[in-house]
Design a protein around this ligand. Structure first.
Ligand SMILES: Cc1ncc(COP(=O)(O)O)c(C=O)c1O
Length: 399
């Protein structure tokens, strides 16, 4: 409230113009770099915009294929399609992130980049994926929208790839009422990112447009972060370790308390110390039991406040699954000519299918998976209630 109030009182909600700028977005970027060890950070208006900017910054377009996991968010695919490239589905493993073996098997002559999505709060096998990208000279974009504050082997997410993006939307580890952030190590690439998120041009230190640099005469998307969002994100970022610490502790206490429950398995997390903990992912023996398990857990009162998403089957998790995204399954276009699916340079992908059945492990986990949201405010009693409810339901259904 204090930081947002300062922006309002100064009557300067815009990043680049205003009578008395408070430099909230600048401060957010600087503190983000200091906290997580990045060279460059840029506040943007959303994670969706950030993904599109990343594709353009890496010069991805028709003739290129970008590897995406089947458990993701619709924005990951839309960024690739809007760039004119083709998304290539890669299976996941029990980390619920990219399966490095399937990734390596599918790399072909058109593959330019890998979009690795750190789903549901925790990285998967990111070190192996980064090594594969390096060996095959592919660009790596990390989507850390759901994993702000996460790490692997002590290295923060976003430091394994060429570009990484974060989202501060609802249901994220921190929020600014829409907003996002991009990080990158390379100076020239970062200049392109800055130009693309704005009007296609660089800016002078005083915030005026600089059209003189030929490398930055591009087409921008107008995705600047406002000072109001910047102030909120800054306040939230300072609380992020407390938020993720609370979720991680609660989640792992619950998970350990359920460790001996027969036939209930959990997602594999390669480095639990780098998990941020917002979701407990469970794997049931089959789809029917997943339905009955979730219904019974909800009936035990583990449902969260009205309108929240406390406990769901993975099939109910909407546009997080490739086969639930109609515009992908049906290869929809924003243009009358069917671009990019019909572009001659993309003819190599004519027989790619995005319908259910394309990714065996992903489809299996989609069918028999369940997801429980873990709030950062759970009390010990809340944790005990969750464990008691799940044990009771498992006793009845999973013997
Ligand atoms: C994995 C992932 N990527 C990208 C996004 C897009 O972020 P935003 O909602 O800020 O556009 C989201 C969330 O909404 C997400 O979960």
């Amino acid at each position: 409230m204090e930081l947002v109030g300062r922006v309002v009182r100064a009557r300067s909600p815009f990043r680049f113009y205003g009578p008395d700028p408070q430099h909230m977005v600048d401060t957010l970027e600087r503190e983000w770099c200091e906290t997580f060890g990045h060279k460059h950070a840029l506040g943007v208006s959303s994670g969706t915009a950030a993904l599109s900017i990343a594709m353009s910054a890496l010069d991805i377009g028709p003739g290129d294929e970008v590897m995406v996991p089947g458990y993701l968010w619709v924005s990951c695919v839309s960024a690739v399609v809007r760039s004119g490239a083709i998304p290539r589905l890669v299976d996941i493993d029990e980390t619920f992130c990219i399966d490095p073996t399937d990734l390596e098997r599918k790399i072909g002559p058109h593959t330019r980049a890998v979009l690795c999505v750190h789903m549901s709060g925790a990285p998967g096998r990111i070190e192996e994926i980064a090594a594969i990208c390096k060996a095959h000279d592919l660009r790596l974009v990390e989507d850390c929208a759901q994993a702000a504050g996460a790490s692997t082997g002590g290295t923060s997410v976003g430091r394994f790839g060429d570009i990484a993006i974060f989202s501060f939307q609802l249901n994220k580890n921190m929020t600014s009422g829409d907003g996002g952030l991009m990080v990158c190590e390379d100076d020239a690439l970062f200049r392109r990112i800055v130009a693309l998120h704005d009007l296609g041009y660089a800016r002078t230190p005083a915030g005026r447009l600089d059209t003189s640099d030929e490398a930055c005469q591009l087409w921008g998307v107008g995705a600047r972060m406002s000072e109001l969002a910047g102030a909120m994100a800054l306040a939230q970022m300072r609380k992020l370790p407390a938020i993720t610490g609370a979720m991680r502790s609660s989640k792992w206490r619950i998970r350990e308390a359920l460790g001996d429950v027969q036939k209930l398995r959990f997602r594999v997390v390669p480095d639990p110390s780098g998990d941020t903990g917002p979701f407990l992912l469970m794997i049931l023996p089959d789809a029917e039991l997943a339905d009955r398990f979730v219904a019974a857990v909800r009936a035990e009162g583990i449902s969260g406040p009205e309108g929240s998403l406390a406990c769901l089957t993975m099939r109910e998790w909407g546009l997080h699954w490739y086969s639930n995204i109609p515009s992908l399954v049906h290869k929809r276009s924003n243009a009358r000519d069917g671009f990019p699916w019909t572009h001659p340079s993309n003819a190599f992908a004519a027989d790619y299918s995005y319908a259910f059945g394309a990714l065996p492990t992903c489809d299996d986990l989609h069918h028999r998976g369940a997801i429980l949201a873990i709030a950062s405010t759970l009390t010990e009693k809340d944790e005990r209630d969750i464990v008691t409810a799940i044990r009771k339901v498992a006793d009845a259904l999973l013997r």
